[in-house]
Ligand binder design. Structure first.
Ligand code: ACO
Length: 311
């Protein structure tokens, strides 16, 4: 026998309607949303690091202004998503503690270094491209605050993807050395970008339940296929080669054939042993500690304002 609250929740999901913070929800639904939204928020915040590495070295004033705006957008996305997670009953402090103590997950993709300017192009084109593919369906996620946050975030991600495409396009129209640099960045980011969509469907423990709850709308492998389908024509326009000799459209299956993804590399990165995991967490922890005085001052200011209102 379902309780009236359980029945109401089930009906809202069955009607493809939205669950709001005030509504009753099963504990497991709340938990999985806190897990996914906080991981997503952490990804945005950690994702600022690989690109901020190039702000002081951008090749022109225009590129610098664009890159700064993009990194700021990512900070905004992170804060927006932390707020969405807070509506589920977890505090910012708890989430931040989980991140800087290395207990939280964030996207595997942000554990790779950015040695050249072309990496800014490859991140925009591939990483933000993958983010859009994954996040456009999340605009319809059943949890209201998450879905609404995604609408705005996706608009900004589209701009990020376009600016990355344009950086690579310009490099590909440059000297041999510039073309080589662009191709090298694409070679390094392609496979990690495919891994952003998560493990294969038959090894994705959360997918079935998240799809039943209308949080996820497509499986990890479906979105990965969509993403490759988006890349192929764009790579042709730019003249870059996607680094998979087996990549080929298959008329019979209606899918792209591709080489096996190196899931050992993915597991290593998730276990904290990727090329930049330690550095990313160390820098996040330092920034948190260096910002302590700002948080204290803001709290003290808020306390004084509240006191004044009482008086
Ligand atoms: N990097 C790190 N961890 C990952 C990744 C990845 N690329 N892919 C999957 N995982 C983790 C999952 O978080 C889960 O871990 P947990 O159970 O300890 O929480 C585990 O691997 C198993 O994966 P799934 O069962 O497939 O997990 P899920 O159903 O949550 O799907 C996905 C993973 C697709 C990433 C989903 O959580 C999602 O869509 N998240 C929102 C988007 C997002 O976080 N994007 C961040 C990068 S984009 C950007 O910020 C620019």
């Amino acid at each position: 026998e379902r309780t009236p609250e359980e029945a109401q929740f089930d009906d809202l999901i069955a009607a493809d309607s939205r669950i709001e913070p005030r509504d009753w929800m099963p504990d497991a639904y709340r938990k999985t949303l806190i897990r996914q939204i906080s991981q997503h928020a952490h990804s945005e915040i950690i994702g600022m690091q690989p690109e901020s590495n190039w702000i002081t070295r951008a090749p022109s004033l225009k590129r610098k202004a664009i890159l700064m705006a993009k990194v700021q957008d990512e900070a905004g996305h992170g804060l927006y998503l932390y707020s969405a997670a807070q509506t589920l009953g977890i505090t910012r402090d708890e989430m931040m503690a989980q991140l800087i103590e290395g207990r939280a997950r964030y996207s595997s993709i942000f554990n790779y270094p950015t040695p050249t300017w072309a990496d800014m192009g490859a991140i925009g084109w591939l990483v933000d491209g993958a983010a859009i593919c994954n996040q456009v369906p999340l605009c319809r996620a059943s949890y209201g605050p998450y879905g609404r946050a995604m609408v705005r975030i996706c608009k900004e991600e589209s701009f990020h993807q376009r600016q990355g495409f344009e950086i690579l396009l310009e490099l590909m129209q440059g000297t041999d050395e510039q073309r080589q640099m662009a191709q090298d960045a694409v070679n390094r980011w392609y496979w990690p970008a495919l891994q952003m969509f998560g493990p294969p469907d038959d090894q994705s423990p959360n997918s079935a339940q998240s799809m039943a709850w209308n949080i996820k709308r497509f499986s990890n492998d479906e979105l990965r296929q969509r993403f490759v389908g988006m890349l192929v024509p764009q790579a042709e326009v730019m003249g870059v080669t996607l680094p998979d000799p087996a990549l080929k459209w298959n008329d019979e299956t209606g899918r792209y054939d591709m080489s096996e993804i190196d899931w050992t590399e993915f597991e290593e990165v998730l276990a904290g042993r990727g090329p930049a995991n330690a550095e990313r967490i160390r820098r996040r922890r330092e920034a948190h500690e260096e910002g302590a005085w700002v948080r204290e001052a803001a709290a003290e200011y808020a306390r004084k304002q509240a006191e004044r209102q009482l008086a």
